[in-house]
Structures are given as C-alpha cells and as structure tokens.
Write a protein that binds this ligand. Structure first.
Ligand SMILES: [Zn+2]
Length: 161
C-alpha cells in the first residue's frame, strides 16, 4: 500500500542544506559551526515492524537483561515512524558539539545511533540537513514548535523530548 509522505515536515526544514546521503563523506559533511539540524528519510527499506521483530530477536538473545532493556527501548522508538520523512531535529553548538560533531556522534553515541543503524542495515536511506545560526538553542526550540504545530503536538518520531 502506498502512503504519500508528509509534506508538513518538509516545510519545516525547507531552508536546510541537506547532504545527499547521511553516510556520505566529502564536501557535503556538515560544517564545524553552530546551528540546527534534521535527519530525513530519502528511501524506505524493510517495514519498521519487521525491523523491530528482527531487532527484538537479537536483543532477546543477549545474556544481560539490563542491556536487553536498554537496547529494546532504543529500538522501540522506531515504532513511532509513520509517514513523516523527518525523523529527528536537534542542535549543534558549543565548543565541541558543532554540527559536524553531532553528525559524527550519530555513529557512536547519539540518542538515535541504534535506531539509525537498524534502519540503515535494513535498506533505508537517510540524509542529514542543517542550517548554521548564531543561536542553536533558539533555533531548535522554534523547529520543535513548528513541528508540534503541524503534527498534533507530537515531536519527530525518533525524539523523546
Ligand atoms: Zn510530517
């Protein structure tokens, strides 16, 4: 069944510069500047429900309940993915966490590291977009407000707060 993707979230990040692919190194990697960023889906792979089934079998076999619980909770965020292509909004700022730093952090210690790894493993393609600005905190706030106002007071699917 074809579900058209949500156009409301595209409007929210229409002024962002997007890389062609989240995983692309080279000239489109985000700059070491302050700003707001977003992660968007460019191609959907295996349905989310099937990814979650595969991931829960993996988690269920881990011989450490605490780790099982933590990884399952992270994977469960995928269940929020619907027709919105914009799955995460955030900010990069301060001395070490510039936009480039946040993008790099996606590979090792970001709230979305595990869900993103699961999506990529199962054939999804994602892109990273950003807009540099002097006050990333304010920008993140206004992006969240814009998203909430057009999405029944919800946040993007991979965001908790
Ligand atoms: Zn949307």
């Amino acid at each position: 069944m074809f579900e058209p993707s949500c156009s409301r979230c595209a409007d929210i990040v229409s002024r962002f510069r997007f890389s062609t692919n989240l995983a692309a190194d080279g000239p489109t990697i985000p700059p070491k500047e302050d700003g707001g960023y977003g992660i968007s889906v460019t191609r959907r792979g295996l349905p989310v429900r099937e990814i979650m089934e595969a991931a829960s079998s993996f988690c269920a076999l881990l011989p450490w309940p605490r780790l099982q619980r933590s990884l399952s909770a992270q994977i469960n965020r995928l269940s929020m993915i619907g027709t919105c292509d914009l799955v995460y909004l955030g900010k990069g700022g301060g001395s070490t966490n510039k936009l480039y730093g946040r993008w790099d952090q996606l590979t090792w210690s970001h709230p979305t590291t595990l869900p993103l790894a699961a999506l990529l493993y199962f054939g999804w393609q994602l892109k990273f977009g950003w807009m540099a600005c002097a006050n990333p905190l304010e920008m993140e706030k206004s992006l969240k407000i814009a998203y909430r106002q057009t999405h029944d007071n919800r946040l993007p699917p991979l965001m908790k707060r």
